[in-house]
Design a protein around this ligand. Structure first.
Ligand SMILES: NC(=O)c1ccc[n+]([C@@H]2O[C@H](COP(=O)([O-])OP(=O)(O)OC[C@H]3O[C@@H](n4cnc5c(N)ncnc54)[C@H](OP(=O)(O)O)[C@@H]3O)[C@@H](O)[C@H]2O)c1
Ligand SMILES: C[C@](O)(CO)[C@H](O)COP(=O)(O)O
Ligand SMILES: [Mn+2]
Length: 398
């Protein structure tokens, strides 16, 4: 039985992971849980899965959590704050830590888990995009496995099983095209948060759903693929595949192309990250190609969606630039979700901040350099958006 710790247990990734654990109680057990501030849901999860330890990041919510489960015997260890989340990440005999925290907030807990010798089932892509230069050497040093749970990277990982070293020539990342894929570009200036949260194919958390709408999710996934699979950026391509049935493809040195297909169900990549190298029988809906219907493909529209090229540029710049891109995006998306900036201000902010980091890019960043770049970028976005109306140079940065 595999012992698992789940970070971000109350979110989309977290609840789907717990669905899997509930379906396979003979294969998985929960050692630790960590959430942000949803104390009610975390209490219910503690009651159902009986972890040894649980954390709530929002320190002021700890008394409510203690009260909500005071009848349980035995009591789990309850901790709070960022330090508490890190304690859960490194705790006990968990073999695998599932990283379902959203954003760069997942970086330090993921590092703690790696340093405690735990394998990582990686859903939290921001951790790798921002922290790749530090995370990958730690994975190597501690001899742990970094198993992709993001659907595209799981697809690539699945296709790579059995491919000899050096056999991989190109990665083709598929993209749904997001909420505005069929909208004319002229309508984008006025889109609302509600519009952006209507993903055509997947049900996900708010931040990643906006990232899918700006295509920054795909840009981030290009960087994620570079770090996970070691290909140059020129050999990582994006193709729009509106049906989201082909979850990505790899081209081999002899031009053969392999793909992984399935319904849009994140439980499958999550399950494989937990079961690898084994395959577990499921009674889930099996793919029916006739029911799935036609598959279509088209070029990404880089004029309509500048975020992809911003991500390629940041990835190629390397160093602390991906951390700056990621943090600027996180801050801009948060402001958009708070209705403080418009949808098209998201790429404008990101380009503005990345441009201002060029001369300060740290080529071999330490963890402290990455954390400093992250904080600087967030503050730059806050500053830039204060003067958005008076910063014409933001518009001319393209
Ligand atoms: N959703 C998907 O299908 C999907 C697919 C591929 C990759 N991913 C990646 O997986 C990650 C999570 O995405 P999601 O869609 O599951 O997000 P989500 O639904 O917004 O859930 C985020 C989770 O993180 C918790 N959290 C937030 N800040 C935290 C902090 N500082 N410390 C501890 N926990 C914190 C939240 O807790 P509370 O809710 O209790 O505040 C929640 O449990 C993201 O990096 C995303 O890119 C998601
Ligand atoms: C589900 C998913 O893997 C989240 O990253 C997928 O990438 C989302 O769809 P999109 O192609 O980015 O719109
Ligand atoms: Mn994805």
């Amino acid at each position: 039985m595999k012992a698992i710790t789940l970070l971000g247990s109350t979110g989309s990734i977290g609840t789907q992971t717990l669905d899997i654990v509930a379906q396979y109680p003979d294969k998985f057990r929960i050692v630790g849980l960590a959430a942000g501030n949803n104390v009610e849901m975390l209490a219910d999860q503690i009651r159902q899965f009986r972890p040894s330890i649980a954390a709530i990041a929002a320190e002021d919510k700890l008394p409510a959590l203690q009260a909500a489960i005071q009848d349980l015997n035995p009591q789990p260890i309850l901790v709070a704050g960022s330090a508490g989340v890190i304690e859960v990440a490194r705790y006990g005999d968990a073999e695998t830590v599932v990283t379902g925290i959203v954003g760069c907030a997942g970086l330090l807990p993921t590092i703690a888990a790696i340093e405690a010798g735990k394998d990582i089932a990686l859903a939290n892509k921001e951790t790798l995009i921002a922290g790749g230069p530090v995370v990958l050497p730690l994975v190597e040093k501690h001899g742990v496995k970094l198993l992709p749970a993001d659907s595209e990277h799981s697809a690539i990982f699945q296709c790579l099983q059995g491919v000899p070293q050096g056999g991989l020539r190109k990665i083709l990342l598929t993209a749904s095209g997001g909420a505005f894929r069929d909208w004319p570009v002229e309508k984008l200036p006025e889109v609302t948060v509600a519009d952006a949260l209507k993903h055509p194919n997947w049900s996900m958390g708010r931040k990643i759903t906006v990232d899918s709408a700006t295509l920054m999710n795909k840009g981030l996934e290009v960087i994620e693929a570079h770090f996970l699979f070691g290909l140059d950026y020129d050999n990582i391509e994006i193709v729009i595949h509106p049906q989201s049935i082909i979850h990505s493809l790899i081209e081999l040195q002899d031009t053969s192309v392999l793909a992984q297909l399935g319904w849009t169900d994140m439980r499958l990549p999550l399950l494989y990250a937990l079961s690898w190298p084994d395959r577990i029988y499921t009674d889930w809906e099996r793919l029916d190609l006739v029911k799935a219907g036609s598959f279509t493909f088209r070029e990404p529209d880089h004029q309509k969606y500048p975020c992809m090229q911003l991500a390629y540029a940041a990835g190629k710049a390397g160093g602390s630039m991906p951390a700056v891109l990621n943090a600027a995006n996180e801050q801009a998306v948060a402001l958009f979700l708070e209705e403080k900036i418009r949808f098209l201000d998201i790429p404008r902010c990101i380009e503005w901040v990345c441009d201002r980091h060029q001369n300060d890019n740290c080529t071999n960043p330490s963890l402290d350099d990455i954390l400093a770049a992250d904080q600087w970028a967030r503050q730059e976005v806050l500053t830039a958006t204060k003067n958005l109306a008076t910063s014409p140079q933001m518009i001319s940065l393209h």
